[in-house]
Write a protein that binds this ligand. Structure first.
Ligand code: GLN
Length: 190
């Protein structure tokens, strides 16, 4: 199925082109999602990095917020990177910004401080092994509960979580040549 799956990439704002290229290079089809009806054409959804406050407002404005929540409740696999992870979190430290609120995680935005706003590192991921991880003004996860499982930590901070059909990474796998994480996500599509 994974090879024939159509993966929607939320294309309101942020790094959606890079995700599209990564998905295509794994042999799956992709579709840029801008309207609620686009959700009917897809088997899974990626919420890219960008600016989570802007993306949240656009989701509401384009009537996608409730539609995406509904599809997540129906079991559609979803993967959020960076700002996408923030939008998927139920709790965001010191923020009442608009969110999808799908996962049992609490995130802290821009958590790595100014001087190291962006960096690249090797990262060990459960069930995957060592991958490369690019962090750009990244959040980290301060708390997980319920079915949320930690898949990777960097310097004692949680940076990758899976909760059943939902996946969140604080970093940007789509910006490296490594394809393990896009492939892992494609495996989540039944
Ligand atoms: N700092 C951004 C936010 O809070 C996320 C950065 C990113 O997605 N690269 O939305």
């Amino acid at each position: 199925m994974a090879g024939k799956a159509t993966v929607g990439i939320l294309a309101m704002q942020g790094a959606f082109i890079e995700h599209e290229q990564a998905i295509k290079s794994c042999g799956a089809k992709s579709l840029q999602v801008r309207r609620a009806q686009d959700l009917r054409e897809i088997d899974a959804l990626i919420i890219p990095g960008g600016e989570s406050t802007t993306m949240g407002k656009l989701l509401e404005q384009f009537n996608l917020l409730e539609e995406i929540k509904f599809q997540a409740e129906q079991g559609m696999p979803m993967w959020g990177t960076c700002a996408g992870m923030i939008l998927m979190a139920k709790e965001i430290e010191n923020s009442d910004q608009i969110r999808l609120g799908l996962m049992n995680i609490e995130v802290k935005r821009n958590a790595y401080g100014r001087q190291v706003e962006s960096f690249e590192t090797a990262l060990e991921v459960k069930d995957i092994g060592i991958t490369r991880a690019v962090f750009i003004r990244a959040p980290y996860v301060q708390k997980v509960w319920g079915d949320a499982q930690v898949l990777a930590s960097y310097e004692d901070k949680i940076v990758m979580v899976r909760e059943n059909h939902l996946l969140a990474t604080a970093f940007h796998p789509e910006l490296t040549t490594k394809k393990e994480i896009p492939e892992y996500f494609l495996q989540m599509i039944k």
